[in-house]
Each structure stands twice: as C-alpha cells, then as structure tokens.
Design a protein around this ligand. Sequence first.
Ligand code: AHR
Length: 619
Amino acid sequence: MKITVTNKKGVDVNPHMIGLFFEDINYGADGGLYAELLENRSFDFFPTMEFDDISPLTAWDKVGNCVFESCREHPMNNINPQYAYIKGEAGEGIVNRAYEGIFCEKGKKYDFSLYVKGNAKLKVEIKTENALCCEASIEAEGEEWKKYSLEMESNETVYNGKLYITFLEEGECDIDMASLFPRDTFMGRKNGLRADMAQALKDIKPGFVRFPGGCIVEGTVIENRYRWKDTVGPVEERKINWNRWQDGNVGITAHDYFQSYGLGFYEYFLLCEDIGAQPLPVLNCGMACQYKTGECVPMDELDEYIQDAIDLIEFANGDPDKNEWAALRARMGHPEPFNLVYLGIGNEQWEENYFERYEAFQKVIAPLYPDIKLITSSGPSAQGKEFDKAYKWLEGKKEDFAYAVDEHYYVKSEWMFDNANRYDSYNRDGVKVFAGEYACHIGDKQPKPNSLEAAIAEAAMMTGFERNADVVTLASYAPLFARVNYTQWHPDMIFVNNHEIMLTPSYHVQAMFGNNLPDYTLQFEREEDGDVYISAGYKEGEYILKVANRGGKKDVVLSLPEGVMEIEEITLTSEFMTDINTMDNKDKVSPRSLTRPVGGSREINLTVPPLSFNVYKLK
Ligand code: AHR
C-alpha cells in the first residue's frame, strides 16, 4: 500500500486536545487517586436512599471489649457532625480495615493525625498479624478538640496492614478525623495524591482534565449532586456525600461508597497544574442523573446553580483582594489564578429540560466571562433521537453560545471502525465537538475486557479526531481508574490495587496520541485498504504518521514531501485481538519503540504489523 503525505497543511490541532476524564467511580478518588489510606476517616458515613443500613462506624472494628459509639453531642464542626467515643482497658481500641489493607513500605514515612477531645494515652500502630510496621503514641489532654500529628517510619513492608488506635492505659475520649498518608505523595503535596497513579496521568501528557465526572456531577437525586463548594477549604470541613455509584452498574453495587472530598476542586486544579493540563470542571445544571431520577430544579430556582458557576470561575481565576472565593483559593495556598478556560454545564444531559437550563447559564455567564469556553451536552449516545434533538437545538449556533458539545459513546469495535470517518462530514462552522466520554466495549459479558481489539478500535477512531481537529477540539477516554475488587464499570483505562497499577492497551493508545500530537495535520493520499486508519501531521521538524491496522501485515511505501534522516517507530501490538494486560502480566500489550536511520530518504518502507497501532516519527 502507498501513503503519500503532502506538505499541504490540513488543520490546526488544539494542543490540549487529548485529555483525561476523571470520575469518582470504581473508587477512583477515595481508595484510589487520593492518597488517604484510611476508610471512613471521620466516622461520618450515613444511611442513604440506596442502603438504609450504613453505619457511621463503617470500616472500623473494635479491638477487645472497647466501647465504640457514634456521637453527635459535641462535634468538631456542624458540617460533619458525627464522631466516635471510645472507652477501654489498656490494649483495647479500634482498627480500620483501610479498604483491603494498607501497603506500608519499609523505610518510608507516614503521616498520621487524629482529633481528640479528652484525656487519654493512645497507641497508634500499622501492623498485620505477623508484622509491626510503625508504632507511635499520643498523650491527649483537654476538653476541647485538638489535632495530634505523628510522623511514623515503617520497619517492614506489608501489603495488608491495618491501622490500630488502642489505649496505652485504661481511658476514654472522643475522636474524629483519623488520617494516614504516605509522605511520598505525588510532588510531595500535603493532602496529596497517590504518586504512581498521578504519574501515569502525567505520562499521557494530557491537555486537560475533565472533573469530577460523570454521573456523580448529577447525583442520583438533586440532594446528592456534586457541590464543588463542599469540596474546598479545610478537609475536616468538607461535607461528605454518598456516591451515586453506590447503586453500581450492571448489578455490581458498592455499599460503602462515599465521597470524603479530600480530593476536592482545589486538589483537582492543583493536579492539572502539576501535570501541565487545562482544568475542565463540569457543573451540575439543576438536573439529577437522567438514568436515575432525572429530578429537575425548577427554572425559577436555578440562580443558586448559576451563582455556583460564577463563584467557581472566581475561585479559579479571580483576584483574592476582590472576591471571597478567590480569597479562599489564596488561603488554601494558591494566590495565583488557575487559569480556567473550559467549563462544562451539565454532564450527560439531554432534551428540552436541559436545553432551557443550559441557556439560562449561558445567558448569564457568556457576557460576564467572554473568555470562558462553555461546553454543552448532546446526551448519552452519539446517535439517535436525543442526539439528533441536541444537534437540531444547536443548529446555527456559534462559539459564543457553546464552544463545544460533549458527545459520549460506549460502543462496539465495529461502530468505532465504521465511524472513524464520522467527523469528515461535520459542519466546520458551528459548535465544536468534545468527545468527552468514549471507550470501545467488547462483547456483552461483564467484565468487558480492555483488549487489544478495543485499543485498536479506539486508535482508529482517534485518527478521525486528529484528521478533523478543526471539529474535534477535545477528547477523553472514560472511565479513567478502577480499583480491583471495587469496580462498578468495565472497561476502564487504568486498574490499581493498593500497591501497583496496571496500564491497559487503551491507556497506551491515549499516551501514544498525547505524546505525539502534531501542531497541525497534513493532507495525504492513500491507497484504499479497509483495515487501515491513518492521520498525518507535523510538529517542530517532525512528520508524525499514525496508523491503526485491524488486519494482517501491511507493506507500506511512505512518501514524504522532503527527505528525512531518522524514523522512530512506536508500535502497540500483540498476537491476538483478545490479548489483555493483567496484574500478573502487565506488559503483555505495551508499546515498543525502535529508531533507525533512513539516510535523507523521501520514500520509506514500513512494515505495519498485523493488529497494531503505530506512531511513526520522521525527523
Ligand atoms: O463513565 C461512566 C459514566 O458513563 C459516566 O458517569 C456517565 O457520564 C456516563 O453515562
């Protein structure tokens, strides 16, 4: 097959085009990216509309005959009013299960803190039945709530440690906000993120991070929607919420799934800054998840929601001397603005109830903040009645109405291969596209695998994004993280347990695009071959060609407008379309890179392996 890349410029590519979609699903935040090791640290879980039997003491057990009760009489604050009372003999106390146990590493430091009210001598340990990792003590005094902090260093490496708080001598006290962090968080930040997980995100070179979801933005009902204001300020004053994914998906429920909001909007903005990505927050638009209750806030009560959007823009970009939300950002440690540009109004919303609510937001925000790029939604799938209605509504609309419309597709590989040219025929003159959630779903059986086939289908689709970068301005695979044994949705991009991460073939495709994004595309000619999906572009002295091949080996003659000295070939392939990575075989499907000289040639012979996605960089 012959591919002839010309020097005719196609379209500019948004340097932020390839981004991330973060949602607290599959324990992506607490128990995931947020490095806090304890579960239900503030004794504040509560019964929800999904499960009426949830205890405030969830995840904690008694040691010995300790009295262990939930109280509300003298809270640390009224935002999270529950705390625990303990009373016991020496050696008695409580233990936190910490999801499936704490990964505690020899020689590493851990920061523990606890609020205590009362006089008590307490021992704090991380240990298993066979190994004591760390031990320290607290001598609490006084009738006011007081924070005690301990630095601990581990003498052992264990994978299933538990955190014990026991009495050194007979005593009683009130306790709240027990917290344990590894010292080595990502970038060493306090209240920080798990280093390996955040690094994996950085390695994609993402252009943006969309947060905090997903359906949790909407909530099952309006009552448990995501309210960003609950997620900023001191961590002990962030009002915990139950997670909309308690009800799970495809029958997998998550009884004890809450949002501590320790990873809140400030931390999301910081993460973006730390990994060089643009923040793309999505706000509730006055509607609960339309897959659940679809509850709508009356139009005449929408002001609070619109004000939340205005306050968020100020929190991110405002002057601390002029705005209270900007002042809070400064107090939290970031007087400089976060340079928010993109803002999503509503998640996966559809039809008239949404259209009128979006318009109400747009009418207020666009004139006040003309530089903010608003993002609207076309509903839950990229075709069909709701989708068509959204595009009808957007007919004739321009960037001042909505910068981009969020399209979602969780689809079979055939759909992706068939739709790789979908954007070739889109209107170039209207609202752009944000492919805000997409993933290839193989088969109908759960768990759906992150196979090589899925990755190649996604790569084929993404060559279409890139070729049409004047239409598709932003794109993010979804969902991002899944904690093994705590997963409600398959497939996902990155799997984790308490000590390691597993990158899927889909992850590698994202990284290959994110790391090799051209400044602009180049027009090319090609011989027809239904197995092969291509995009071509140019950046800083390099031609960049991407080739997804769903078929057998292809011998390609690549012709370029000028001679090149060197080619780097990055290839993702494996023997079978069904191949996947697992925790035991993490690199089965992972990219290999090879660089070879080509001596100033304009014509290069390429051997495109069967079932592969390839990036060719020609200098
Ligand atoms: O990515 C998982 C879910 O899929 C998102 O929360 C929602 O927007 C979509 O339905």
